[in-house]
Design a protein around this ligand. Structure first.
Ligand code: AP5
Length: 218
């Protein structure tokens, strides 16, 4: 099964992708995580991507398309995968269709995480991510057992640079301009399903599971 998770920053794509990946035994491909890893290892892609990411802007299409193509071609993706944060522009969506066609595959579902901007601003300012393993927490909604420390690896929990309120605003402007048109693009395919992303994590996940179970039964 190939799933695409679409939605504004902070709508819970990453959180739900991890839960779906565990339940359905599918690889979770987060373009944000792949890019942050390139930045961490100071690769050529990482060096070019960093300034765009820190400013809350989209990394140039040629870099994200190259990363996505490399990742979906790996053997573990033969069972399917969950694409989180890609495509994020019409150019990326067309490139994704093309790469899937070359692999003789197609998207099964696009899950569109619908939520208002006001609701996600507080989620993003309360988000803390592990500096070492990338695990995601929220100060109120899903706090770590020990304040400031990752439950999984004990690493330090930090506020992402792009979760600064000024950068969050830019990320929303970018989402409205570049990514929102994909709601139309995928809406026309008949494969897009809307998820109420304002619900608590477990309720939103139950709804996702129901949608996927009905789909499998079809
Ligand atoms: P990326 O890391 O993908 O950021 P994003 O899309 O802005 O998404 P977020 O990670 O902020 O939010 P999310 O929806 O995953 O929410 P989460 O589950 O973490 O990308 C970062 C940057 O990389 C981009 O700005 C861009 O520069 C670049 N980039 C990435 N992909 C690109 C592409 N394709 N093209 C070009 N550039 C690209 O949840 C947020 C918080 O809320 C967490 O604290 C969580 O615990 C909490 N939470 C989650 N769900 C709930 C809930 N239901 N109720 C209450 N709290 C919740």
């Amino acid at each position: 099964m190939i799933l695409v998770l679409l939605g504004p920053p902070g709508s819970g794509k990453g959180t739900q992708a991890k839960l779906i990946a565990e339940a359905k035994k599918l690889p979770h491909i987060s373009l944000g995580d792949l890019l942050r890893e390139e930045v961490r290892i100071e690769s050529e892609i990482g060096k070019r991507a960093k300034e765009f990411m820190d400013a809350g802007k989209l990394v140039p299409d040629e870099l994200t398309i190259e990363l996505a193509k490399k990742r979906v071609s790996r053997p573990d993706c033969q069972v399917g995968f969950i694409m989180d944060g890609f495509p994020r522009s019409p150019i990326q969506a067309e490139a994704f269709d093309k790469m899937l066609k070359e692999l003789n595959r197609s998207i099964d579902f696009v899950l569109y995480f619908k939520i208002s901007e006001e609701e996600v601003v507080s989620r993003l300012s309360g988000r803390r991510s592990c500096k070492d393993c990338g695990a995601v927490y929220h100060l109120e909604n899903s706090p770590p057992k020990t304040a400031g420390k990752c439950d999984a690896c004990g690493g330090e929990l930090i506020l992402r640079k792009d979760d600064d309120p000024g950068v969050i605003r830019t990320r929303f402007e970018v989402y409205d301009k570049s990514t929102k048109p994909l709601i139309d693009y995928y809406g026309k395919t008949g494969k897009m399903v809307e998820i109420d992303a304002s619900l608590p994590i477990d309720k939103a996940f139950n709804n996702v599971l129901k949608i996927l179970a009905n789909a499998t039964a079809l």
